[in-house]
Design a protein around this ligand. Structure first.
Ligand code: ATP
Length: 857
């Protein structure tokens, strides 16, 4: 037998003693002390690569290796200056690569810091919410359906508790748990029914447990299996890597051709070799994946500032493709500030009860924590009901009811059943109180006329947009052997109904209109009554003429193909079950849509996972739904999804911009070197020039383009098809043709300057190509708007990097020492102006492509 303590075969009192706690929990001071002593309740993740290793890692890069080979070859051939310069370039490239990787990692870390979960504990006898990383041994934790268990707990109380332990044991079905002490020793994890382990999920019921282990001391810590930490490659990065690989082959082939051609023409072999290598280094866009990660991670941080917390990085880039948003109603579209505005008691006063059955049920059948008359904590529907009951009865009588009718059992609410029941002791036996959706209560009533009346009344209020809850009760002498749904929830008498308003959020109507302009259809999926759903959906512009509303029941009766035909006409789904949400997602996806779906409950997890973007609620969502989601809304607000989509589109645009910029410039370099010999010109550039252009022009402006503002039309165009390649919409052509044009202007300058400028010609060619790349950087800032209109100061980092590059270029032209190193010569003012003019021609040509390019729809 192992010497590890087994908490499951000790009685709760013994455990409390062992962990020095009590039913009132530990004190705040004890908690702080233990936290200092035992550390935070965290699993140790993969350690980060130290910075120096990350820096060294840059030297393993394929391009850097080629460059170093080139440096060695130059050295062997006696070209020591070249060797030194190449090595400096290698170093600078590695520094830039390191800074990019480091920034990307920091940005991703910052994101991780944001996603913290909380736990409800009893400390100093008071219930409080704390960061789950601050849990310590001895803390008493409250669990309820939807919670992720934050530490290893010995249960001391459990009601209908069921826990999904698949993360720990692999068992896919949730396990029923209780608080009974076990007698056996050495039970496997799955059989320890009075324990709740870190990393598992509560799918049903409520419980109280005492923390017996935290952090790496937990079972999860022992097996060191981290919770789903997949940092999947984003689809775009995956496509980019494939593309880069193919491009590498093409460029290597081109370089081989250039080398062979030079050789056949009898040119200096070393120089031709170096040119080919430099070109390969310059043309292969090795900075793109790092730039992409930075763009995505920075975008995710910007989204977090706007209350959309991205849990999975690929979501940042794919948000822009969303064509359908399926959203909950309560709390997401509405304010979740509920107030009872109507109430109707169906049953006459029962003299044996302290008050009417309706008020009794409103007061007792809920899980709201009432700390003071105005300090209520819990589900907003229930809070509204309890507030109303306290207002009617007075706080004292409300409290008195709780002592008079002690709750002895309950059948918790779930959104499939849409009702909950509680059992209370009375002087003469027991009373069962039930509350829920009108149909959910109607189906359990013994009197069918009452059921009819209930449904009619509910329908009328629902049509006004009210959320309707019904209440029923029954008195029983004895308790059934088992308190199950089957044995308890039948033969009820109707007590009454209440109507609750929950006004739509103010910003939602505008957000839905914005979606419509952006080609995104918003669909409401709610557990609420169809009439309530339709009323609210019409108010906010979701439910329009010719749109259809479908209830869960109707949906269940449709065949898959019938539903498939109708699905795009439906804008409101009411009374649907979480399983049906999954069906809706899959059907829409089958029609080629890219679906964002919101969810907050335990049962929403499968549909959140299946959706292209699963969106969980930060305030009212369960931990289970948050675990399954790609994005968490910190303010539970629908409008935040739209902001995130907007940001997603902007990020994708910016990725396209820096790809366009980097690749167009690379293409210009390849065309220039490839075409020069074909039209009878000497090799236009030296290897050192190519490396310089690559170094100074690629990295910085590319980085600056990643933070370009959103285009004015960003939410006025249809979503980008999810499978559309990065080079669609004319990007590939732009790279080829604009690159060719730049090469044409450069070669034109070469042909002319060889005649006129004598020995300066090469410096002119070098300067034209360098400056024209900067012109290109400025022009690609917008796909549609001219720079003159957009304003030159819209992206200060870009402007600064362009100016800096101009200054650097002038330095290597005019400082005599650098002339030797870079094999340049000081240009006359006229020659310099000609270079600027040539670059200006290229800038305007790129601007002109916006004019002829068809606008995106
Ligand atoms: P949405 O899906 O838009 O969030 P919802 O809150 O109405 O809407 P559910 O939480 O699945 O969805 O609730 C379904 C129905 O169950 C509600 O319309 C209401 O009639 C009933 N209901 C909700 N909360 C409770 C509760 N605490 N006790 C009893 N019945 C409830």
């Amino acid at each position: 037998m192992s010497s590890k303590p087994f908490y499951y075969n000790l009685a709760p009192e013994k455990i409390l003693e062992q962990v020095q706690s009590s039913p009132q929990g530990i004190s705040e001071a004890q908690a702080q002390h233990r936290l200092l002593h035992y550390g935070k309740n965290q699993l140790k993740g993969k350690a980060h690569k130290p910075a120096w290793l990350m820096f060294l890692g840059q030297f393993g890069d394929f391009m850097i290796i080629i460059l170093m080979v080139a440096a060695i070859v130059s050295g062997l051939m006696g070209e020591i200056t070249d060797t030194i310069i190449i090595l400096i370039i290698v170093l600078l490239n590695s520094v830039i690569g390191f800074v990019q990787e480091y920034r990307a990692e920091k940005a991703i870390d910052a994101l991780k810091q944001l996603s913290i979960t909380t736990a409800k504990v009893i400390r100093d006898g008071k219930i409080q919410n704390i960061d789950s990383q601050d849990l310590v041994r001895g803390d008493i934790v409250q669990l309820e359906a939807g919670n992720a268990v934050a530490a290893d707990l010995r249960l001391v109380e459990a009601h209908s508790l069921r826990i999904d332990e698949s993360a720990l044991t692999g068992e896919s079905l949730p396990v029923d748990k209780n608080a009974q002490t076990l007698t056996a020793n050495d039970l496997p994890l799955g059989d320890r029914l009075n324990m709740a382990y870190k990393g598992t999920l509560v799918t049903n019921g409520r419980a109280l447990g005492v923390v017996v282990a935290t952090g790496m001391q937990t079972e999860l810590g022992h097996i060191a299996r981290l919770l789903d930490q997949d940092e999947a490659e984003t689809p775009l990065k995956k496509r980019m890597s494939v593309f880069s690989k193919n491009l590498t082959y093409i460029i290597l082939a081109i370089c081989a051709i250039i080398f062979m051609a030079g050789w056949l023409r009898g040119e200096d072999l070393l120089r031709t070799f170096m040119i080919s290598i430099s070109l390969a280094v310059a043309a292969i866009p090795e900075a793109l994946p790092a730039l992409m990660t930075i763009a995505l991670a920075q975008g995710a941080n910007r989204m977090a500032r706007k209350n959309a917390l991205v849990r999975k990085l690929p979501a940042v880039e794919t948000l822009g493709s969303v064509s359908y948003i399926c959203t909950d109603k309560t709390g997401t579209l509405t304010q979740n500030k509920m107030t009872v505005v109507e109430s109707l008691s169906f049953d006459n006063q029962d003299n044996n009860l302290a008050t009417s059955p309706l008020l009794l049920a409103m007061s007792l059948s809920h899980d709201v924590a009432v700390n003071a008359p105005k300090n209520l904590n819990g589900d907003s529907t229930e809070v509204a009901i309890v507030e109303n009951a306290i207002h009617t009865l007075g706080f004292e009588q409300y409290q008195h009811l709780h002592t008079q009718y002690e709750r002895i059992a309950e059948l918790p609410f779930d959104s499939d059943r849409k009702r909950m029941s509680t059992i209370h002791r009375t002087e003469h036996g027991y009373i069962v109180l039930c509350k829920g959706a009108a149909e959910a209560i109607a189906s359990t009533l013994s009197d069918t006329t009452q059921a009819q009346n209930l449904l009619q009344a509910a329908d009328q209020w629902a049509k006004q947009g009210l959320r309707v809850l019904a209440f029923s009760y029954k008195k029983i002498k004895d308790l059934p052997e088992q308190t199950s749904i089957q044995s308890i929830e039948n033969e009820f008498v109707l007590a009454g109904i209440v109507g609750i308003i929950d006004p739509p959020r103010e910003e939602v109507k505008q957000a839905i209109a914005e979606c419509k302009r952006a080609g995104i259809k918003t669909v409401m999926i709610t557990g609420d009554h169809p009439a309530t759903a339709a009323a609210i959906a019409s108010q906010i512009g979701i439910f329009e003429e010719n749109d259809l509303l479908l209830t869960g029941q109707q949906l269940a009766q449709l065949s898959a193909s019938e539903f498939d035909k109708k699905v795009t006409q439906i804008s409101v789904y009411a009374r649907v079950s979480p399983e049906q949400k999954l069906q809706i997602v899959k059907t829409l996806q089958g029609k080629g849509h890219f679906v964002a779906m919101t969810g907050d409950g335990v049962n929403d997890a499968p549909s959140l996972k299946a959706a292209n973007i699963g969106v969980a609620m930060g305030i009212n969502g369960t931990d289970v739904s948050k675990e399954a989601a790609h994005v968490i809304l910190l303010d539970d607000n629908f409008a935040t999804i739209v902001k995130a989509v907007r940001e997603g589109r902007r990020i994708y645009d910016n990725i396209r911009k820096f790809v366009k910029y980097v690749m167009t410039c690379n293409s210009a370099e390849i065309w220039t070197i490839f075409l020069a010999p074909l039209i009878g010109l000497p090799m236009p550039l030296l290897p050192i020039h190519i490396l310089w252009i690559n170094l100074v022009t690629d990295g910085l402006p590319g980085l600056a383009l990643a933070s370009e503002h959103a285009e004015t039309n960003v939410m006025h165009r249809a979503p980008r098809p999810a499978n559309e390649g990065l080079f669609a919409q004319g990007l590939g052509y732009h790279i080829l043709w604009v690159g060719l044009f730049m090469a044409g202007v450069t070669l034109g300058t070469q042909a002319w300057s060889i005649q006129v400028a004598g020995s300066h010609w090469q410096t002119m060619v070098f300067t034209v190509l360098s400056l024209s790349q900067l012109g290109c950087a400025l022009a690609v800032r917008s796909e549609h708007t001219f720079l003159y209109k957009q304003g030159i100061f819209g992206n200060i980092p870009l402007l600064a990097s362009v100016l800096l590059t101009v200054v650097l270029q002038l330095t290597i032209i005019y400082i005599p020492f650098l002339n030797d190193v870079f094999k340049t010569s000081a240009l006359t003012l006229n020659e310099l102006l000609i270079c600027f003019a040539a670059a200006a021609v290229i800038f305007h040509a790129v601007e002109f492509t916006k004019f002829i390019k068809p606008q995106k729809q």
